[in-house]
Design a protein around this ligand. Structure first.
Ligand SMILES: Nc1ncnc2c1ncn2[C@@H]1O[C@H](COP(=O)(O)OP(=O)(O)O)[C@@H](O)[C@H]1O
Ligand SMILES: O=P(O)(O)OC[C@H]1O[C@](O)(COP(=O)(O)O)[C@@H](O)[C@@H]1O
Ligand SMILES: [Mg+2]
Length: 319
């Protein structure tokens, strides 16, 4: 393999730039030409790509977002769209791809491979919802952003004796809520993986007041329901003064943490090495402090569960 390309796709996450930088520099160290595809699969279809070298990826390791741009492309979900993309790659002589993105992007990459393009995927999403890796790139930064917000909300919740609901991202999974909630000392953590009823939440909040708690932090994963709606129910049923913050896309930005930069750099190095050995249809994950190869079908089809021990601990510690 003499020419490869790197692409970021789907929701951006902090650490994507560190991953691109590592892909480019490892390729250069192996005398491989690297191209960068702009704006995800949309750019692949539009033939929007540019050659990169070590200097093109200077001054980005500390930046959130992705300097290549990213997108969600409906056209790529069609066979015609993917055929256009493959024709563009072949016209450039690109033989292999490093795809940095979430479950959707990796599903797209697998379909591309069926049309003759080799790829190695990297798990890039703040949601930590990809099977086969302990952590995804971007998760640690997002969780720290959420934690910072929870810390600040705690100050004002405490000052007023209020119930403070914080809605965090995570799509259909509760990893961000559970991790930031546990680290932030939340009284209640609501995640899609654990059923709950608003009646029980209200009862729990009133009981904790009766036991002497002056205020409450409730972390709600977006996949568990709307914090705004739940806040209205709590306020109406308990009479407790309630406020809601929806953190939203703040969680997607910011300088990547040490963990995310290291994770991105290590996974990217392994991805390029594997691609150069002719491997394809795998994702590089990180398990037990090691890079591991994960068959792409497992990564995209198996459901990653939350850690039940973390959930149990958060419950014990919130009493
Ligand atoms: N089933 C699919 N078939 C083909 N392409 C897909 C599929 N799912 C996702 N993609 C491509 O990957 C892009 C990113 O996926 P998305 O789910 O939005 O984000 P993420 O990769 O972060 O999970 C989509 O916009 C689409 O172009
Ligand atoms: O950026 P958008 O299109 O508003 O999407 C928001 C979604 O993207 C995420 O931030 C990241 O999800 P993906 O990595 O699957 O793209 C989710 O937590 C959130 O539900
Ligand atoms: Mg996703």
């Amino acid at each position: 393999m003499k020419k490869i390309a790197v692409i970021t796709s789907g929701g951006d996450c902090p650490g994507m730039n560190a991953a691109i930088r590592a892909v480019v520099r490892v390729a250069m160290a192996n005398q491989i030409e690297v191209w960068g595809i702009k704006n995800g699969y949309a750019g692949m279809i539009a033939n929007d790509m540019t050659q990169l070298d070590s200097r093109s990826v200077g001054d980005i390791i500390h930046k959130g977002g992705t300097f290549l741009g990213t997108a969600r492309s409906e056209e790529f979900k069609t066979l015609t769209g993917r055929q256009k993309a493959v024709a563009n790659l072949q016209a450039h002589g690109i033989e292999g791809l490093v795809v940095i993105g979430g479950d959707g992007s990796l599903t797209g990459a697998k379909l591309l491979a069926e049309l003759g393009i080799k790829f190695v995927g990297l798990p890039g999403t703040i949601d930590n919802d990809i099977w086969g890796t302990d952590y995804t790139i971007g998760f640690d930064t997002a969780v720290n952003t959420a934690l910072d917000a929870i810390n600040k909300l705690r100050d004002t919740a405490s000052a007023h004796g209020r119930v403070m609901l914080v809605e965090v991202m995570g799509r259909a999974c509760g990893w961000i809520a559970l991790t930031a909630g546990l680290a932030g000392g939340a009284e209640i953590i609501l995640i899609p993986e654990q059923p709950f009823s608003s009646e029980n939440i209200c009862r729990q909040l009133l009981e904790s007041r009766a036991k002497g708690k002056q205020y409450s932090i409730v972390v709600v994963a977006e996949g568990a329901g709307s914090a705004i709606d739940l806040g209205k129910v709590i306020s109406a049923k308990t009479g407790l003064e309630t406020r809601v913050s929806v953190l939203g896309h703040i969680q997607r930005g910011g300088a990547p943490t040490v963990s995310d930069r290291l994770l991105a750099s290590r996974l990217a190095e392994r991805a390029v090495r594997d691609l150069l050995q002719g491997k394809s249809d795998i994702m590089i994950g990180y398990r037990n402090n090691q890079c591991v190869e994960v068959p792409i079908t497992d990564a995209i089809s198996k459901k990653k569960d939350i850690d039940p021990e973390l959930y149990r601990l958060s419950d014990v510690l919130s009493q």
